[in-house]
Design a protein around this ligand. Structure first.
Ligand SMILES: Nc1ncnc2c1ncn2[C@@H]1O[C@H](COP(=O)(O)OP(=O)(O)OP(=O)(O)O)[C@@H](O)[C@H]1O
Ligand SMILES: [Mg+2]
Length: 258
């Protein structure tokens, strides 16, 4: 099967500090991949290399190769802004533009891209809010500020904003960690629907969540503090949770870590 994302031998640095070492992996289109592993093992750092967000951090540097379909994301002629449009991101804390209306939050990216027609923007706003399972809750208050929504609604608003620019890949860094169980299930349902269209990579500390939403799971770990994080193994989610190859994986998923 064609690989949507193909990473080879990636090293990721903050200045002189090598945070992630030697990661190679492939991600298939229209699948959900979960990244799990202890705090500090480099999940977020590695995730951000998949849309060139790492290099906005001072000293942030990447060695190795990331292919998205046929495009080498780190080739000299590639525009990182275009990469971030193709590979969208949703963060741990919902971060809507607080004073901007719900509608304007969703279409902010399109406006930046130069779309001006109110009709076109309204259509995208509705489609994206429907796609994020939020439309019915907000359709009567699209002109109210995004900050007036609950945490779970704000996170779905951020997902609507991310999908409004029609990315191909959606990166999610612990998107449910600030949410209650009901909002968490709503986001998980949404991830299940979105994977029909998008390729999704999600970082989570919640093992049940990884087991529920993902097709494949990648376990990252640190040999010791101060050493770079590594990808220990990646496999079908059922295999990682029921029959992993590595003892470190088994210890982590069964809570015997540390
Ligand atoms: N901006 C930064 N500058 C320097 N070092 C950083 C920076 N961000 C992260 N690091 C370091 O890189 C390593 C990996 O951090 P990262 O945030 O990727 O871990 P993580 O696996 O996402 O952890 P968590 O589960 O706690 O979110 C850690 O040692 C961390 O201290
Ligand atoms: Mg993290």
């Amino acid at each position: 099967m064609a690989k949507r994302i193909d990473v080879s031998d990636l090293n990721v640095y903050y200045g002189d500090f090598k945070a992630v070492e030697g990661v190679s992996m492939t991600v298939e289109p229209r699948s959900v991949t979960a990244f799990i592993g202890p705090s500090g093992c480099g999940k977020s750092t590695f995730l951000r290399t998949l849309n060139r967000m790492h290099e906005v951090i001072p000293g942030g540097r990447v060695e190795g190769k990331v292919m998205l379909d046929d495009q080498d994301l780190y080739a000299a002629d590639v525009d990182p802004v275009g990469v971030r449009r193709t590979v969208g991101m949703v963060f741990q804390r919902p971060n809507p533009f607080p004073t901007m209306s719900i509608r304007d939050n969703v279409v902010a990216g399109l406006r930046l891209n130069g779309v001006k027609s109110k009709k076109a923007l309204d259509e995208v706003a509705e489609k994206s809010l429907r796609g994020a399972n939020l439309w019915n809750e907000v359709k009567d208050r699209l002109d109210k500020p995004g900050a007036g929504l609950s945490g779970g609604q704000q996170q779905r608003l951020c997902i609507a904003r991310a999908i409004a620019v029609e990315p191909q890949v959606l990166l999610m860094d612990e998107p449910c960690s600030a949410l209650d169980p009901i909002s968490t299930l709503a986001i998980e349902d949404l991830i299940n629907q979105l994977k029909e269209t998008y390729t999704i990579v999600i970082v989570t500390h919640n093992m049940q969540q990884a087991a529920r939403v993902s097709d494949r799971t990648a376990f990252f770990n640190l040999a010791e503090t101060g050493k770079p994080g590594r990808l220990i193994e990646m496999d079908d989610t059922a295999t990682i949770f029921n029959n992993p190859n590595e003892k470190a994986t088994e210890d982590y998923i069964s809570g015997r870590f540390g």
